[in-house]
Design a protein around this ligand. Structure first.
Ligand code: 13P
Length: 287
């Protein structure tokens, strides 16, 4: 059964570890992430961007696939199904479709409008026992056509949004979606520290988990980060393993073109990446 992400993230914050949000794209991604969480007794959050939801055929398809896998694969660890960077309209669609968690990304609105829309969505989500993440300060880089320049959030604005009853807060601290450029300045721990001081027990979310050095991840967790989003890294490992299989001509040997064989190396690569992240985040054995 899907659960909201609130309890797992409160436990993570209190226990000084983080739960990974791994974005899904299709059946292989979803099954690989769920099996890895179960094998490692780790809570997990499945992230779905609006683009990925559309690609998979719609939110009802996603909910059906995830619930079916949880049942048929005997997944017993806590799993949250979360809309990633949702618009106001899509938060409502996912609340209706059966997601257990949503993120409202109102970071591009003036703060007053972000506050008004977040307030309304908090009530709609909580009415159904669904957790809600909000964002202050845009995350850099490009994701599904949403381009952010990357900025450090204003800690006072973070406090204003945190006080609206949200369950966890994404705050820009110099993090970027996708690969980090060579001249990246690193995470701003002063900003993170100031945000945590003002927001107290609120679990904080680190987007752009791909490519952040392990020491920075661990420092961020020590300063209150309890959820870390990873997307690009699974895509890179899936693509590299698939490329290796095809370049070795394996698809041309026997029935190597069978999609179950062709997609198997990428599936295993996602599993390895997710396990490695869970080890770094400290969530193994915490289900
Ligand atoms: P990466 O693609 O950089 O891992 O970021 C994922 C993310 O933050 C999803 O919201």
């Amino acid at each position: 059964m899907l659960v909201s992400a609130t309890e797992m993230l409160q436990k993570a914050k209190a226990g000084h570890y983080a739960v990974g949000q791994f974005n899904i794209n299709n059946l292989e991604w979803t099954k690989a992430i769920l099996l890895t969480a179960q094998e490692n007794n780790s809570p997990v959050i499945l992230g779905v961007s609006e683009g990925a939801g559309k690609y998979m055929g719609g939110y009802d398809v996603v909910v059906g696939m995830v619930n079916g896998l949880i049942k048929d694969q005997n997944i017993t660890v806590p799993v949250a199904l979360h809309l990633d960077h949702g618009s106001y309209e899509h938060c409502y669609k996912c609340i209706e479709a059966g997601f257990s968690s949503v993120m409202f990304d109102g970071s591009h609105y003036p703060i007053e409008e972000n506050v008004a829309k977040t307030t309304e969505l908090v009530a709609a989500a909580h009415e159904k026992g669904i957790s809600i993440e909000a964002e202050v300060g845009s995350i850099g880089g490009e994701e599904d056509g949403v381009v952010g320049m990357g900025e450090c959030a204003d800690p006072n604005e973070c406090k204003a949004i945190a006080d609206l009853g949200i369950d966890f807060l994404a705050a820009g601290i110099g993090n970027i979606h996708g690969k980090y450029p060579a001249n990246w300045q690193g995470l701003s721990f002063e900003t993170l520290d100031a945000i945590q001081k003002l927001t107290g027990d609120m679990p904080l979310v680190l987007h752009g988990g791909t490519g952040i050095p392990t020491e920075m991840i661990q420092k961020a967790i020590s300063l209150g980060v309890a959820k870390i989003n990873v997307n690009t890294e699974c895509q890179l490992s899936f693509a590299a393993a698939t490329r290796k299989y095809i370049e070795a001509g394996k698809d041309l040997e026997g029935k190597g073109f069978d999609p179950r064989k062709l997609l198997a190396p990428g599936f295993e690569a996602i599993k390895a990446t997710v396990k490695e992240k869970m080890e770094i985040f400290g969530s193994i054995g915490k289900a």
